[in-house]
Design a protein around this ligand. Structure first.
Ligand code: ZN
Length: 361
């Protein structure tokens, strides 16, 4: 394929992506645009510009300007497809349900979508206390495994590490293990997802918990893409009680627009840190609105050029093997912790929580 054609096709794709983004992106969405993160420049208001600056230019330069003496076969390869691993937290139950919907439905709907969309095995992170409250819910964990997906630990009762001693937190992780052994005796369930992504507000606490995890053969299920999906589940349940279809349609649009904005956020930060797109790990929850939106969310990622991989595949990338070794109160993405450790600024991104909290009251 001639380099000039590759260049033209690439530029066209970037241009149309930019047009689509500016038509449907968060900049034109009625949610507030207060920044969630410290920023040196508000790229969330210029997603097309950010895409071109951080994603388009390096590969373009590599394709358009090979050294004159370089044979065609040695030219820089086209950028590999973007990769993402979807993961779900809070199995077997998350958030309120709309009227007429019962607890098994979100998980069964999610499993149906994952199968229909032919996604590779997806990790779901379990809080055992839910099964202690409602023993029948162990069947939802069994259905998750039987569908070819995988389970990991999210602690027994979902505590916040910032508000708990390392000793109690470690006991809470250990308390979850008998259930995981029982439902998944042959699976690789030694993957741990920190509730609230809080890995320790002091280095001592952080090191103590990691010490337990590594001594017990756990791997940390880092997150590198999070758009606050859980926020929509409460609002959806409230709007459904009122049969407010107009608001529910608006929730549909804002969920996808926010996901799209945070794709740009994580890609921009990845480019700043690594000069490339790492394989991303997306945090979702097993809520009713997440289940309803999953087909459209998968379609959005496909439109943005992503292919789906497993969590172990994504985290085999070198970016996930570097421990940023920072205390980070309030929790954050691995790329945010890494940015903090390296004094790299994070991009701005809007925060939809206040607007969602006001709806359908
Ligand atoms: Zn959680």
């Amino acid at each position: 394929m001639p380099a000039s054609f590759v260049f033209f096709a690439y530029l066209s794709a970037q241009f149309w992506a930019a047009i689509r983004h500016s038509q449907h992106g968060f900049a034109t969405h009625p949610l507030p645009s207060a920044g969630r993160y410290t920023s040196d420049m508000n790229f969330s208001r210029f997603p097309a510009l950010a895409t071109l600056i951080f994603c388009g230019l390096p590969p373009l330069a590599a394709q358009v300007s090979p050294p004159a003496s370089q044979p065609a076969t040695q030219q820089a390869p086209l950028q590999a497809p973007l990769q993402i691993a979807i993961t779900f937290d809070d199995l077997p139950a998350h958030g309120p349900l709309p009227p007429g919907e019962f607890r098994p439905e979100p998980i069964r709907s999610i499993l149906k979508t994952l199968k229909a969309e032919r996604l590779p095995p997806v990790y779901g992170f379990v809080n055992g206390f839910r099964v202690a409250e409602y023993p029948y819910q162990i069947e939802l964990l069994r259905e998750w495994i039987a569908s070819g997906n995988a389970l990991g630990s999210h602690t027994w009762s979902h505590p916040a590490l910032d508000k708990m001693s390392a000793k109690k937190y470690i006991a809470n992780i250990a308390e979850n293990e008998p259930l995981l052994k029982k439902v998944d005796p042959h699976g690789d369930w030694h993957w741990f997802r920190y509730p609230y992504l809080e890995e320790g507000n002091t280095l001592e606490k952080r090191d103590a918990v990691r010490g337990y995890l590594f001594d017990h053969q756990y791997k940390i299920a880092d997150v590198t893409l999070d758009f606050g999906d859980y926020l929509w589940n409460d609002t959806y349940a409230r709007c459904a009680v009122r049969h407010d279809e107009t608001s529910i349609a608006s929730l549909h649009d804002s969920y996808l627009a926010t996901a799209d904005e945070y794709i740009t956020y994580s890609r921009t930060l990845s480019q700043r840190l690594y000069g490339r797109d790492i394989p991303y790990v997306l945090l979702l929850h097993v809520g009713a609105f997440d289940a309803r939106m999953l087909p459209d969310l998968i379609a959005l990622f496909r439109r943005r050029g992503f292919q789906f991989v497993t969590l172990p595949q994504a985290e085999s990338d070198a970016a996930y093997s570097v421990d940023p070794k920072v205390a980070y109160p309030g929790g954050g993405l691995l790329i945010e912790l890494t940015a903090s450790a390296r004094n790299v600024n994070t991009p701005d991104a809007s925060e939809p929580e206040a607007q969602l909290n006001r709806m359908c009251r």
